[in-house]
Design a binder for this molecule. Structure first.
Ligand SMILES: C[S@@+](CC[C@H](N)C(=O)[O-])C[C@H]1O[C@@H](n2cnc3c(N)ncnc32)[C@H](O)[C@@H]1O
Length: 364
């Protein structure tokens, strides 16, 4: 075909020293290049737009704002992302289970579009909310985010982080991060204020069940300030569970509080499944529900909490699991527990469960 001939002729204009196609040079000349080939933009379909430096965007994309090339990268099932000491990390680090805002921004970019609404019903110190704000400056555009958090201290930390971060951004000449809608209270009540089908992405990080180790961790904490990374399973998320009782005021949840609401793993799974069933009413049919969940090692056996939680949610809510991504933290310290007698994994990953709402016809 004449067009193909043209394209090859065009490509030959940009050859490197070995006579191969020099995509770098073609790019410098502002020619559209995708997968190492010059694109003839006249040949793009009506629903395709070439975005300079990013590749071809398909207007039919209802999942995110990514071009084909970016989408391909975003399908990687392992996401390496450390804990950069930024965005007031020291302050946010008071919460043992906080997530890196840039990791949240990465997931928000994969599963939502600019202008979409993101909900985090277990918002902590606001990793998801900060991620949604970062998308305005480091992604394809701002997402509106709503967070529910029942511990007042974590809400206050989110608010302080935003003020301090924006002071620093102003000094650097960077535009401010948008304030998101953090609501203080119990998610089971606050979800009633969110209209059905109004949330495009539910991104959250569930509070943990860990009754067996709770007492031990409490005792440890009396003697030392615990600020472990979130991958340490029960100890790491202890801060969450201190806040997991029914009272919305953090002052009633000091170390030693016994108001944890799950006596067994089955209780925890049942409660989470019922909550996600209710949350799903708020999610649009094209939306996603994305859940961080770390596994645990306990009593010499691996607790595959991600699998347990995925099955519990699928059986209670009109959601289908479509992926289990692995968040790998390369900066995580290794903890050697079993040496030299038994193999105990040093947990440097968490699971990220990705669910899609079932079609109406499939819904229970
Ligand atoms: C794993 S942490 C989330 C951390 C968060 N991703 C961050 O970056 O800070 C779970 C949070 O859920 C909160 N939580 C637990 N039960 C809750 C409930 N019923 N309603 C609202 N928040 C709750 C806990 O206080 C805790 O801060």
């Amino acid at each position: 075909m004449a067009d193909d001939g043209d394209r090859h002729r065009q490509s030959r204009l940009f050859t490197d020293d070995d006579g191969g196609f020099d995509a770098e040079r073609a790019r410098e000349e502002s020619l559209p290049v995708e997968d190492g080939e010059v694109i003839d933009t006249d040949e793009l379909a009506d629903h395709q737009t070439y975005l300079e430096g990013r590749g071809i965007y398909d207007e039919r994309n209802r999942v995110n704002d990514l071009t084909g090339k970016e989408w391909k990268y975003a399908t990687k099932s392992v996401i390496p992302e450390g804990y950069p000491p930024d965005l007031q990390h020291d302050l946010r680090g008071e919460h043992g289970g906080q997530k890196p805002p840039r990791l949240c921004a990465e997931l928000i970019g994969r599963f939502s579009k600019a202008g979409d609404t993101v909900l985090d019903p277990f918002a902590g110190v606001g990793g998801t909310l900060l991620g949604a704000s970062l998308c305005e400056h480091e992604g394809t555009g701002l997402r509106e985010a709503i967070g529910f958090e029942r511990t007042r201290r974590w809400v206050e930390i989110y608010e302080t982080v935003l003020v301090r971060e924006n002071e620093e951004r102003r000094e650097r000449g960077d535009p401010p991060l948008a304030a998101q809608d953090m609501r203080h209270g119990d998610c089971a009540e606050l979800i009633e204020g969110v209209p059905d089908d109004s949330v495009d992405l539910l991104l959250t990080d569930v509070p943990y069940w860990h009754m067996d180790e709770l007492e031990q961790t409490r005792n440890e904490r009396r003697t030392r300030e615990s600020n472990l990374g979130s991958f340490d399973g029960p100890a790491a998320d202890d801060a969450d569970d201190e806040s997991a009782g029914g009272d919305a005021d953090s002052t009633s949840r000091e170390a030693g509080s016994t108001d944890d609401e799950w006596e067994t793993k089955a209780d925890w799974l049942e409660d989470m499944a019922a909550k996600f069933d209710r949350f799903t009413d708020a999610v649009t049919p094209d939306g996603h529900v994305v859940v961080f969940i770390g596994d645990m090692y306990r009593e010499q056996s691996y607790e595959f909490l991600a699998a347990d939680l995925a099955r519990a949610i699928e059986s209670a809510a009109p959601l289908t699991l479509s992926a289990n991504l692995i968040w790998y933290d390369p900066t995580k310290d290794l903890h050697v527990y079993g040496y030299p007698f038994s193999f105990v994994p040093s947990m440097v990953h968490q699971n990220v469960l990705v669910f899609r709402p079932d079609d109406d016809s499939d819904a229970n």
